[in-house]
Design a protein around this ligand. Sequence first.
Ligand code: ADP
Ligand code: MG
Length: 700
Amino acid sequence: VKSAEMAGTDLDDDETDGLADEIKVTLQRELQDQRKALPVYKFKDELLKAIAEHQIIIVVGETGSGKTTQIPQYLHEAGYTSNGRRIACTQPRRVAAMSVAARVAKEMGVKLGHEVGYAIRFEDCTSERTVVKYMTDGMLLREFLGEPDLASYGVVIVDEAHERSISTDILLGLVKDVARFRPDLKLLISSATLNAERFSDFFDMAPVFKIPGRRYTVDIHYTVAPEADYVDAAVATVLQLHVTQPSPGDILVFLTGQEEIETVEEILRRRTRGLGTKIAELVICPIYANLPTELQAKIFEPAPPGARKVVLGTNIAETSLTIGGISYVVDPGFCKVKSYSPRTGTESLLVQPISKASADQRAGRSGRTGPGKCFRLFTEHSYAKEMEDETVPEIQRSNLASVVLSLKALGINDLVSFDFMDPPASEGLLRALEDLFALGALNSRGELTKTGRRMAELPLDPMLAKAIVASEKYGCSEEMITIASMLSAGNAVFYRPKDKALIADAARQRFFNAGGGGDHVALLNVYTEWEQSGHSAQWCVDHFVQSRTMRRARDVREQLVALLERVEIERRSSAGDLDAVRKAITAGFFRNAAQRRRDGAYRTVKSWRTVFVHPSSGMARVDPPPRWVLYHELVETTREYMRQVMELKPEWLLEIAPHYYKENNLDTPEPKKAKAHGQDAAAAIATEKPSLSLKDFFKA
Ligand code: ADP
Ligand code: MG
């Protein structure tokens, strides 16, 4: 028993395999005791009764009350899976789906992927026997394409509905419809916030089941003046707390993304090294979307006796994951949000102030196990007067092309009468329709074309999906799916240790120069060489390539190979003809063409935005830089940067996208007087011949 305690309860299967049966039994009993201690446990019977009586229920409960991990198990135990149907539980975040599935598998004493599994994009960890399936909301949305009545599910739980991710919003509309013609389907909408009435209204006054949570008081502290640098302020606050506050009592810091988390982690490591042995150890645990699975479980492990844990997390720690033992929350008050301008068609991730609702959720994380403290690195005035009450639903600030394509593929032609909880602006919808039309996914009546149907099968952004579909014509599907896999595997292809920065840069530039002409082909070169090395990890080390990203790219690629077969695209290599590859890319990304100006900056061809080559692009080191380029995406920091850039022949635009570009779009002289940005864009749009009229789409 002693060794079981020392080992804790977070052992995975492989580790437990070696343990004596007696210890396994003890571990399992401990887990079952933990389950019974959760707030939702007391309401189990009442909840099951309500579910038996009603088809649709809204479940509301404080974060950590056991909604996500327990309710699917209750339903399974109550026999909802005995008819051979599954329970789906959707999560807006990948990490949450994986982590919760792992936890529930452990609680049920089964191997992950057997009775309990998860599915996220490009990763399916389920099997024939899976009855409880955690999945991203986007995955369930995709499953609708193959199974519009969701026949394999007996229960669908739309979890974390308060997050209002774009896929969740679409799911809400779709499941509402399915529930009408499948009276046997049970539907649970679960939310961590109290304004559940909106969900109830949307689902025709479905009953709201409240799980009262335990909540201790949380002391909230504000800064007196705004912080100039919230990262510095966060580090200082953590160190101060660590040195002055009694342990135990862990700290949770909310940051905006991986890079920021890594920066803070590094500073904290450096600064705590100098603290000497009198101060307790500080165990640093990062958590963000791309954190390798092995490290994700670490945030749940208690700190060793005498030590203190500090969790550095993104928004994911707000409601998706509950970490025990947190007494202090440090909240700089920012998060990264997607924002989209339908006018210019650009989507960007921007660091922005959070909403009051988010700030309150974050503060609440400190009061779960006892009274807590929250240190807000912003002023009380900005909380009261400047922050929005609620975060705007993602659907109202996103590029809708992908969603519209999915809906069209589901046969939902009339988007205006789709049952949205909060409808997107018609400007955004129209833009999405125009983009899809330009890509050839829709015809002029707004109906899905054959190309569009094939694109919809590929779980990728429509532009990338189109590039793959077009690769058939150019005979380069092998190359194109490699590039797509590399682009989808994450931005961290290369690494650059500080002490070897120059060698790393040279290694990277070699891949760029080898093919010539762009970052896309450089990615292709990286993958091809890695493959030739026999997927060697040493090769990765030698070439400053992240082997984790490569392995992921290989997984993605395998899936794309299967999808090619499904959409009946022959696997063909262009055998070194890189123009073929570049043309296929152009067929998807023609909108992202830019021309070099006299001053060295680039200007996008149609929307006349001023953009620059991202310093991480191999193109940044090409002299002279090409006159015409095509980029994969824009990232906005101090300027708008093009990331993943390739050289382009302007005549390709006329050849490949004649419906989008006319001769006079190319080589337009620079305007004599520099106009304001907005005017530029407006002028560009005004001169753009609208290929479709509003009337065509909204005939209703
Ligand atoms: P809710 O969905 O209501 O927010 P959850 O069901 O996610 O609550 O969490 C219930 C409990 O299970 C929490 O105390 C949480 O800390 C714990 N838990 C969830 N996931 C894990 C995990 N992967 N490892 C350890 N504990 C976990
Ligand atoms: Mg939950």
